[in-house]
Design a protein around this ligand. Structure first.
Ligand code: AHM
Ligand code: MG
Length: 326
């Protein structure tokens, strides 16, 4: 059994103290959210926002409670200048920004439609830095992320983190609440025979996505000459965790129905952090036409097409997109 706690790991990493404080605050928020999720039914928190309980009070959803936990706990970090949350329309400024201050992007509870059916959900986060004193711009490309990670609230609570050198997985120990390093140097296997996509959207897909999925489904008799497996948990965090563990490819493409909105998943706190993690673990992340991490953002809640996972499959999908475009 490992005795490497998150704190020991972070202090050995030579990151600046203020970044370590922030990452520890994020871990604390995730620990609190894990409890909120586990006890949601007892506390009557599984309802939807805006619903009114029998006392006539407005019910809070776990989405909002999880956002409150991030905001409250991470505001302890002295150099945290701003929060960009899926749950909050405007950027929340905590201080006058100075060069080197941190910007935190997060989705406090991703996949929350899984809550009602007691399946895995997660939190996703990334950290960037203020460029110069007084600069209130939070729209930086994902390449500028210093750290990215997610917490997975599954059978066990895990925190998976990259600081741009490696991807490390920590499991929350029941009782002490410590995050202990259980999955060092996580790597995405280059080849895979598993894909994840919401196939109910087949009728909306572009030719490149149809071609890829059709060829996988055709199995031994098709052009790929082998069988593929499919999974869809409707929780991006659980999906990415599976891909980090045993390989695979995840797709939420732009299609005829969602293209106007840009796709489904959000760039700043879903696609970018996951793209950094997957790239650091030896995988690849693209919109189909460009690397996710190179997108110049246009808004804090911008949506983008997402394809990420094992390198060889992502390369094949890029080639199919290029053929379709030609
Ligand atoms: P959310 O941020 O509103 O929870 O939506 C994001 C989630 C992802 O976790 C998941 O990959 C996807 O939406 C599921 O979409 P679908 O409902 O099409 O299955
Ligand atoms: Mg989300």
């Amino acid at each position: 059994m490992t005795d490497m706690t998150l704190r020991r790991y972070l202090t050995a990493s030579e990151q600046p103290a203020n970044l370590i404080f922030l990452l520890e605050d994020i871990a604390s928020a995730c620990r609190v959210i894990a409890t909120l999720v586990r006890e949601g039914a007892f506390a009557g928190n599984l309802g939807s926002a805006g619903a009114v309980n029998v006392q006539g009070e407005t019910q809070k959803t776990l989405d909002i409670l999880a956002n409150d936990a991030f905001e409250r706990i991470c505001s302890n970090s002295p150099r945290l200048a701003a929060l960009v949350s899926e749950e909050v329309e405007e950027v929340t400024w905590l201080k006058e920004p100075e060069a080197g201050d941190y910007l935190l992007y997060f989705d406090p509870l991703d996949g929350s439609s899984n809550l009602d059916v007691n399946l895995s959900v997660g939190s996703i986060f990334a950290v960037m830095q203020v460029e110069k004193d007084g600069d209130r711009n939070v729209l930086h490309a994902g390449r500028r992320q210093l750290c990215a990670g997610y917490a997975l609230y599954g059978p066990s609570t895990m925190l998976v983190l990259t600081d741009g050198t490696e991807v490390s997985g920590f499991t929350c120990q029941h009782g002490t609440g410590d995050f202990l390093l259980t999955h060092p140097k996580m790597q995405v296997p280059e080849e895979t025979s598993e894909f994840a996509i919401n196939t109910s959207r087949y009728r909306h897909w572009d030719a490149s996505i149809r071609r890829y999925v059709d060829e996988c489904v055709a199995g031994e008799e098709g052009p790929r000459g082998r069988s593929f497996n499919m999974r869809w948990t409707a929780s991006m965090v659980a999906e990415i965790h599976r891909i980090l563990t045993r390989g695979g490819v995840f797709l939420y493409p732009a299609d005829r129905e969602n293209r106007k909105a840009g796709g489904k998943l959000r760039l700043m706190y879903e696609a970018n952090p996951m793209a950094m993690i997957i790239e650091q673990a030896g995988g690849a992340a693209t919109t189909g036409l460009a690397p996710i991490l190179d997108i110049a953002p246009t808004g804090p809640h911008q949506r983008v097409p997402v394809i990420l996972g094992s390198k060889a499959e992502v390369a094949r999908l890029i080639a199919y997109h290029e053929t379709e475009k030609a």
